[in-house]
Design a protein around this ligand. Structure first.
Ligand code: PLP
Length: 391
């Protein structure tokens, strides 16, 4: 098969045709265990019957209606999402970057209404990732993303170090519109943000008159074993952004607001043609109902703990740390080995994984992955790690 679309991702020469549960097959009929789920998107795996049914039933009713009107399924999904998360209002978009753009615009408007033109700065964390649009790239706290070819970048962004108490003493003032926290840094290396620090940082930001926002594009929708990661971190953001797993594979994003942020946006402030697309909302309803179930979340936690413990117990000499929460898992390795080489060998052996930061192999399996698939995937990972040990 000739590749004619932009190969922006250094993609592998594997062409997938279908999946079931957490298993994928390529054009040659070769089987793979999916520890990636399309970067945490296919949170209910592949060909999950209730999801397929909801999407096909919705396709027969209406696929798109525009935001001039309301759709019944859009209203149902909004109500469900707000009831589960405890937020008051929301905006639907189509991706994580777009959800974050909405949050950034909201923060800027909040700042202007509560301090005037000078209160515009958005503070994010070093090593964070917030998306690929110009504003979200600028918000991203990793210099390697701020390449000259896309300059100039928008103004009004600053970073502080996660888990650093000195930084929060001086970071916030009457120019700060918002503190924007990526709850567990996915792209940056599966780096955990400490709950006490997050609460202290949020308090310092609020004391300075800013709002607090959480980027849960990767950590939200059950990924970390609670419906939102900010639920366990406890810093109670006024704004949260969601995407990736929100509609089980159908493109969608959302930005939810409450408290001081609830009434900042008025009609006309922010829109998007595809936003609240009924097909995506129908899928989102199935995901929200399934993932918010406490037994489901409990299993996400237990499966994640099992995976982390299993890898630790192998005692592979070059594995420095196995960390994460729920089914967002990072295996940190020492600098003698490039995690991308492990990723490639895993794929050859039939296991989809990705990397994070400069030294982490990242797993984001479907949240409903079976025990059998977990063990099959782990045995491939073990074999590959042992192979690198022997080198
Ligand atoms: C993936 C991701 C984004 C960007 O989402 P897109 O849907 O690719 O635009 C933003 N923030 C975080 C934390 C992410 O993991």
């Amino acid at each position: 098969m000739e590749k004619k679309i932009l190969n922006n991702y250094g993609s592998f020469d594997v062409v997938f045709t279908k999946g079931k549960g957490s298993t994928l097959w390529d054009v040659n009929g070769k089987k793979y265990i999916d520890f990636l789920s399309g970067i945490g998107v296919n949170c209910l795996g592949h060909n999950y019957k209730p999801l397929v049914k909801a999407i096909s039933d919705q396709a027969k009713r209406q696929i798109h209606i525009s935001n001039y009107y309301l759709s019944d399924i859009g209203l149902v999904f909004a109500d469900e999402l707000l009831a589960i998360t405890g937020f008051e209002k929301g905006y639907f978009g189509n991706s994580g970057a777009e959800a974050n753009e909405a949050a950034i615009k909201l923060a800027r408007k909040y700042g202007q209404l509560n301090g005037g033109a000078k209160r515009k700065t958005i503070i994010t964390l070093e090593n964070s990732f917030h998306g690929r649009t110009l504003a979200t790239l600028t918000a991203t706290g990793q210099e390697k993303f701020h390449v000259d070819s896309f300059a100039p970048y928008p103004e009004g962004f600053k970073t502080i170090r996660a888990n650093n108490y000195d930084d929060i003493k001086t970071a916030f003032d009457d120019t700060t519109a918002a503190l924007f926290i990526e709850c567990i840094q996915g792209e940056g290396g599966v780096n955990l943000v400490d709950a006490d620090w997050a609460k202290a940082a949020a308090k310092a930001a609020r004391d300075a008159g800013a709002i607090v926002m959480a980027d849960e594009v990767q950590t939200g929708i059950g990924r970390t074993g609670t419906f939102l990661a900010s639920d366990f971190l406890g810093f109670e953001p006024e704004v949260v952004t969601l995407a990736k797993g929100i509609a089980g594979g159908v493109p969608m994003g959302a930005c939810l607001f409450r408290g001081k942020a609830a009434n900042v946006f008025v009609a006309g402030d922010h829109q998007s043609t595809f936003a609240g697309n009924p097909l995506a909302c129908a899928a989102g309803c199935v995901v929200a109902e399934t993932v918010s179930d406490l037994n489901f979340l409990d299993r996400v936690n237990r499966t994640g703990e099992y995976i982390r413990k299993t890898i630790k117990d192998w005692n592979i000499p070059f594995v420095k740390e196995v960390r994460g929460r729920g089914l967002m898992i990072g295996t940190q390795i020492d600098s003698s080995i490039n995690p991308a080489d492990i990723k490639v060998r895993c794929l050859e052996e039939g296991l989809c994984v990705t990397t994070a930061g400069s030294d982490v192999v990242r797993f984001l399996p479907p949240l409903n992955i079976s025990d059998k698939e977990v063990n099959e995937g782990l045995s491939i990972f073990h074999k590959v790690l042992q192979e690198f040990s022997a080198k």
